[in-house]
Design a protein around this ligand. Structure first.
Ligand SMILES: *Cc1c(COP(=O)(O)O)cnc(C)c1O
Length: 356
């Protein structure tokens, strides 16, 4: 592995004073990590430099054909003041899987992880202290060839930027309303649903916008073939509780395999819940809400960890789940997972990388 060079910013930015106003992804730290790729040469020149603009040729492939993939992971501050990462190697492994689908090069995961560690250590004062806050880490890979032909590039850039983010739940875990999208689809069999590629999100914005105008915070996507089976929410996987049984749509190539989802399924088994991954028809879920068999619904993702769903709207049917309140299963999983992430609960699964 080539050593990572570090060029420090001559002047540091002012850090946000009020951590209750951080929001998500609007402020960035002092430095970023970069490395380049060339066909025949592999990844080279890993470096940390001051956060700065990129210069791009207008004919860059990425601007036209969207060869771009990203990841999202977080650094958490413990009560003793130390900081730690949660399963970042899983994000890098997933980025390599995304890359393969997009005809992009496999990541040098070892150097990328080292780059993230060094970058976070250098900018460690940016990891906020208030409960529920964290430093969001955004690894990204883009193609760099300058060429209007539709071909895979021979040159790529991997970069990591970081943003301090606020607590998702300033007033506790509030259930959200979700709109079941039965017109547009997010992913199809053989497509890019399992990847975190930029285009997936571009294609989802319209449906998200429509749902928001109807008063719902997110879209629940159905399968792209029959529009009968539950896939996932905008940037979260979906889980359902039937008493002490947790059921979630099985990974099928069009669902994004969430690291939070995976962690929750592992923790749920360890906590004694029964866990089932299967194909879930939306009509059955609506029947099960009506009959009372389905007791809770919640989304899972790095940003919110767990987001309880209090209302589901599908066509002309609007149902309330658990009286629009957070249920015991979602609460317990949230407390356990965030407990591990913030170092309040022992990490028996070896998910944590302590940095300080
Ligand atoms: C990122 C993402 C998720 C959640 O993945 P995590 O690894 O848990 O953050 C779920 N669905 C989509 C579409 C996503 O982009």
């Amino acid at each position: 592995m080539e050593p990572i060079t570090i060029t420090r910013a001559p002047v540091l930015k002012e850090k946000p004073q009020d951590e209750s106003k951080l929001g998500f992804g609007r402020i960035f730290t002092d430095h970023m990590f970069l490395m380049n790729y060339e066909e025949g040469r592999g990844w080279f020149n890993p470096r940390i430099v001051p956060y700065q603009d990129f210069h791009m040729d207008p004919a860059s492939v990425v601007l036209h054909y969207g060869q771009a993939i990203f990841e999202g992971t977080k650094c958490y501050r413990r009560e003793d003041g130390g900081i730690q990462l949660f399963r970042p190697e899983q994000n890098l492994a997933r980025m390599t899987r995304s890359a393969q689908r997009m005809c992009m090069p496999a990541l040098d995961e070892e150097t990328a992880l080292e780059g993230i560690r060094e970058l976070v250590l250098l900018d460690q004062d940016w990891v906020p202290h208030s409960p529920g806050t964290s430093l969001y880490i955004r690894p990204t890979m883009i193609s760099q060839d300058i060429h209007l032909g539709v071909h895979a590039s021979r040159t790529y850039l991997f970069f990591v930027i970081m943003s301090p983010v606020g607590s998702y739940y300033k007033d506790g875990l509030k259930p959200v309303g979700i709109y079941v999208e039965d017109n547009y689809v997010r992913a199809v069999r053989g497509g890019t649903g399992f990847t975190k590629c930029a285009g997936n999100y571009a294609a989802s914005i319209l449906a998200g916008d429509i749902a928001e105008k109807k008063g719902y915070s997110q879209v629940l996507w159905l399968d792209g073939v029959e529009q009968k089976y539950i896939e996932e929410v905008g940037s979260m996987n979906m889980l359902f509780a039937y008493g002490n049984r947790i059921v979630t749509p099985m990974l099928n190539g069009s669902i994004l395999p969430g690291i939070t989802r995976d962690s929750i399924l592992i923790l749920a088994r360890q906590l004694g819940y029964e866990v089932e991954e299967k194909r879930m028809a939306i009509a059955d879920v609506f029947d099960d809400i009506r009959s009372g068999a389905l007791t809770e619904a919640f989304g899972s993702g790095t940003a919110a960890v767990i987001s309880p769903v209090g209302e589901l709207c599908w066509g002309d049917q609007v149902l309330t789940i658990n009286n629009g309140e957070i249920g015991p299963v979602a609460s317990r999983l949230y407390e356990t997972l965030t407990g591990i992430q913030y170092g309040r609960i022992e990490d028996t699964n070896h998910w944590i990388i302590k940095l300080t």
